[in-house]
Design a protein around this ligand. Sequence first.
Ligand code: ADP
Length: 231
Amino acid sequence: MTEATVIDLVDATKSYPGGVHALRGVDFHVGHGELVAIVGPSGSGKSTLLNLIGTLDKPTTGTVRVAGYDINTLSDAQLSALRARHLGFVFQNFHLSAGQDALDNVADGLLYAGFPLKERRDRARTALERVRLGQRLSHRPNELSGGEKQRVAIARALVGEPQLLLADEPTGALDTASGEIVMELIHELNESGTTICVITHDNEIADSLPRRIRIRDGEIVSDSRTTRGTA
Ligand code: ADP
């Protein structure tokens, strides 16, 4: 593993009670600055893998390193700190707080960073401008379109300048046009240096990304990076 590796999985498995082997020995790494799709059909193990990479769960066996930390060695409090400092999450259904405007939804992404409210709001404004929502700061989620809500969620995920953005079916709840805008934004953020993993069942989305890791029945069946001999 080099210093620039953001995700490193070595023979990671995950079994659930009842003998379900959701991941059966997964190996891959993602370097700083990559944009990767993790793609597979329903039940293939994507959510399980996302939980490991997102440090929400630990592997049954094997190693998962995120942002340089072996998650097996960290306590729950240390894992929370790792998530707050180094990871940003985007979900299919946005997970915005209905009672707050866009600015405060994004400012909440810095709750654990220890900044005073004014600083959080200043940074939130900059993040919303970055996703071209500078005109929607005081709109609440019910006053925004689906695509706008997802862009607010992306701003919230990015406001703490995480090492890694994890996007779980980010266009799954959007119409085609809004989905395309969100994917363009994901490309743009990656071009400016953010490492991004998009988890999807949608082959069309996956095929639009530079690297595809295909998973089926808990195993990686192909990784387009191996064609360059670097994975
Ligand atoms: P995907 O996200 O690709 O749909 P999942 O990771 O959710 O796949 O599921 C992979 C396999 O693990 C499936 O067979 C699923 O039923 C099983 N599974 C997922 N979560 C649990 C759980 N908490 N307990 C038992 N089995 C689970």
